[in-house]
Ligand binder design. Structure first.
Ligand SMILES: [Zn+2]
Length: 467
């Protein structure tokens, strides 16, 4: 890593911005935050970390050899960034592997289909051939008679909407998470879904079926959006459409990976730290740049820049890079279980896991006593074009949200997700899709949030436990 110039550059930047090390007054805080923002808007630290992770490790599916390399990458980088302490915590889960996957229309219009197996899918145990029966939504499949579905390949054709908040994902991901189980209940042989994604590339989107559904599941795969369109047109001819599906995938014992944890101390010996989270694992098709390499790079860089200040904020920072988020939030759940009893060591938590496009709003879930912090965030994040969404409480994200459920106060920095689900879980999730300027705006927002919260002595909690 070549980060050695950063501390010096940052200090010089702060000195020239008129930084005075001794005071913590609000006026002085504004100067520190302003200087941090300026430094972040010029910094390529997050970009370099992201380029390092995506090239030196690349795809890092949970439980794979590359996942183990990602853990070593994280430990090594935390050490070279100068974290005060670094450790790992084991996370165990069922290992799922993908060997081979293909699909073809056999009749009436023979041709190949671009598919990828859904995580958690069983193998077809050799090619499986059957007629396709199409439904738009999972609810339609649930309402169908088993006699119509039995022995067929179910095709769920619902299309995901593109929105800035990413709301379309929640509307359609149920096809992926529960579809394989409902299809099995109806006696289907297999499931094809239209990818849960908003692009028109001929690249299918993988992703996990629900890990916790009881009962059987059928072999399941996602079609790219154009392939789903093509299949719909064939089905319009009202002749039986027969498809061959060949998935050599499945669970293969248990694996252990690690949550990687690093801490920077604050300037005072206070118990509580600000928690920054992202997940270290990725799917196997791309290099995991937007999901969630960007989040990993951002929380590391934000912690480093803030710790390199001439005077650190009074509270320390804890960065957690979670294991196996993709296949069932295993790292986030293991962390919450292990740390439930020492939750009071954390001041507030936040997570970056929605790509790397511009942050446009923020949300909070804090006690009323934290209003001065919210006021500072409104003003300082406002300078970066980030508005406060006061009407909706923060959720904390998939991993940090496990602690929010236990009562940890949380803050969400929401990225514009319009483009995220074009790339999410596809072979197109690669570094070139990250806009360096947007990544710097993210970093500026993260250092702002981190400095303001870590340097505050107000009570952030308690907040209600929530599901
Ligand atoms: Zn993610």
């Amino acid at each position: 890593m070549r980060h050695s110039l950063y501390p010096l550059m940052l200090v010089l930047g702060l000195v020239s911005a008129g930084f005075h090390a001794s005071a913590q007054s609000p006026a002085n805080q504004d100067e520190v935050v302003g200087a941090l923002q300026n430094a972040a808007l010029k910094s390529d630290m997050a970009w370099r970390l992201l380029a390092s992770l995506t090239s030196e490790v690349g795809p890092r599916m949970a439980g794979s050899e590359a996942d183990a390399r990602a853990v070593r990458w994280a430990v090594d980088n935390m050490h070279s960034l100068g974290f005060d302490r670094v450790w790992t915590e084991p996370v165990t889960f069922p290992r799922w592997i993908r060997n081979r996957e293909s699909a073809q229309v056999l009749s009436p219009f023979a041709q190949g289909l671009a598919v990828t197996a859904l995580g958690g899918s069983p193998s077809t145990d050799g090619p499986l051939e059957a007629e396709v029966i199409q439904f738009e939504t999972l609810a339609e499949l649930e309402a169908a008679a088993s006699r119509d579905v039995a022995g067929k390949i179910v095709f769920l054709s619902q299309r995901m909407r593109k929105t800035r908040e990413g709301k379309g994902y929640g509307e359609t991901v149920v096809n992926r998470s529960r579809g394989p189980f409902v299809a099995a209940q109806k006696g289907a042989l297999a499931l094809l879904i239209r990818s849960v994604g908003t692009d028109s590339d001929r690249l299918p989107h993988t992703g996990m079926m629900s890990g916790s559904e009881p009962g059987d599941r059928v072999p399941s795969a996602a079609l790219s959006n154009p392939d789903a369109d093509n299949l719909l047109i064939m089905l319009d001819h009202h002749e039986p459409v027969r498809v061959r599906l060949d998935l050599d995938v499945g669970f293969d014992g248990e694996a252990t990976s690690y949550n990687v944890v690093g801490e920077f101390d604050g300037s005072e010996d206070l118990q509580q730290r600000v928690l920054l989270g992202a997940h270290l694992d990725s799917w196997d098709l791309g290099t995991g740049a937007i999901d969630d390499g960007a989040g990993v790079a951002l929380v590391l860089a934000a912690a480093k820049m803030t710790a390199d200040l001439p005077v650190r904020p009074v509270h320390g920072t804890r960065v957690v890079l979670y294991a196996n988020e993709e296949q069932g939030v295993y790292g986030g759940k293991a962390y919450a279980k292990l740390h439930e009893k020492d939750l009071d060591r954390l001041l507030v938590g936040a997570e970056s896991d929605l790509g790397a496009d511009r942050i446009y709003r923020f949300k909070t879930r804090l006690s009323p006593g934290a209003k001065p912090v919210v006021d500072s965030l409104v003003s300082d994040l406002g300078r970066l074009g980030i508005a406060y969404e006061a009407g909706e409480p923060a959720g904390g994200g998939a991993d940090v949200g496990q602690l929010r459920k236990l009562g940890l106060p949380v803050i969400d920095l929401n990225q514009d997700a319009s483009r995220y689900f074009d790339l999410h879980h596809t072979a197109n999730d690669t570094l070139d899709k990250v806009n360096p300027e947007n990544l710097r705006q993210n970093l500026a927002a993260w250092v702002t949030m981190l400095y303001i919260t870590a340097n505050s002595t107000v009570d952030f909690g308690p907040v209600e436990k929530s599901e």
